[in-house]
Design a protein. Structure first.
Length: 155
């Protein structure tokens, strides 16, 4: 008897969970708890997206967030050396992010959500700074996506 094993293909997109929070809503009997997950998906070749999902358990929330992130993909124009063309700055709510191109071999010099987004987008050389005092990873991720959305491709 021949045994067939299904080949597991590598998924098109990698994902990173940025944040998982327990949220509550007040109902007649007390509080109902659910989870909110913030996830970044990317193919490491220029496509990246951020999504949030809520669910009764963490795995459902992460799955919903991945699906939402795949629907909101952003194409990031990059240089041959794996960086961005020019400096950009963006603000979302209270989070403010500054992105600057870096020399070949410098790596990703960034913190928290910015590092995850740049790595999954495939940007290998970048310097970033979170200019605000915000510690909210969701707002920092959205500010980073807004900054990457400002980039225009060279013709």
């Amino acid at each position: 008897m021949a045994r067939f094993t299904a080949r597991r293909e590598k998924p098109e997109f990698d994902h990173t969970v940025l944040d998982v929070r327990r949220v509550a809503r007040v109902v007649a009997g007390g509080r109902r708890f659910s989870f909110r997950a913030t996830v970044v998906v990317g193919n490491r070749r220029g496509l990246v997206g951020v999504g949030i999902g809520k669910g009764s358990d963490v795995s459902k929330a992460i799955e919903k967030a991945k699906n939402q992130a795949k629907k909101r993909l952003l194409s990031v124009p990059m240089t041959v050396r794996g960086s961005i063309d020019y400096e950009v700055e963006a603000k979302f709510s209270s989070a403010k992010v500054y992105l600057r191109p870096a020399a070949q071999g410098r790596g990703i010099i960034a913190g928290s959500a910015v590092r995850a987004i740049c790595a999954l987008a495939g940007i290998g050389n970048i310097t970033a700074k979170i200019l605000s005092r915000s510690t909210n990873k969701l707002n920092i991720a959205r500010a980073t996506m807004a900054a990457l959305g400002q980039l225009k491709a060279r013709r």
